[in-house]
Design a protein around this ligand. Sequence first.
Ligand SMILES: [Zn+2]
Length: 86
Amino acid sequence: MIEKYKVIEKKKVKLPSTIRKLILCENTTCISNSIKEPITTEFMVLEEKPLKIQCIYCERIYKLEEIVFTSKEKKEKKVIQRIQLI
Ligand SMILES: [Zn+2]
């Protein structure tokens, strides 16, 4: 069975160029934190290694260790897993 020995292709998971909902913007003056009109957060991925994202609304830049995930642990794990897959 030659096929058995075939190298398993490593699947490269592409990071989405924007990350929505999963991450919170810590900037209190950011429009995404507006109580009157809550807006879905959206971050642009500036760099993948190391991860650097930028809020599209206030343009604040976050590094991986500064990222605040939207409360739920499961989501956080999912995102971290996704990020670490790269
Ligand atoms: Zn922001």
